[in-house]
Design a protein. Structure first.
Length: 106
């Protein structure tokens, strides 16, 4: 009986070792595939990102130039944007507060 259980235990250890090797090989392959895909996506996105940065820089320069030429208009735009942000924040804050219970005193 002890010999049979030892054989079963050895067979179980061999099966666990075999399964561990299979899982390890599959995870290494999946990692390699994922790394290759991520690299190709990054390579494809790099030119687009460079172009977007150039466009953003050009637009930022144009906005800065316009603000220098028309300081009163730029100040008005900043004021209106700040006021709109405060109004939106107040509305969102008020909407997120629970309504207090109403008591009737009659």
């Amino acid at each position: 009986m002890a010999i049979e259980s030892t054989r079963d235990l050895d067979a179980l250890r061999e099966e666990v070792a075999r399964l561990s090797k299979i899982v390890s090989a599959q995870s290494a392959e999946a990692y390699s595939d994922l790394r290759d895909r991520a690299s190709s996506v990054a390579d494809a996105a790099a030119p687009v990102a460079r172009k977007a940065a150039a466009v953003a820089k050009a637009e930022g320069s144009a906005i800065a130039q316009t603000a220098r030429e028309h300081p009163a208009a730029a100040g008005s735009v900043v004021f209106v944007a700040a006021a709109a942000g405060m109004v939106i924040g107040y509305i969102l804050g008020a909407a997120s507060q629970p309504e207090p219970p109403r008591r009737r005193y009659w």
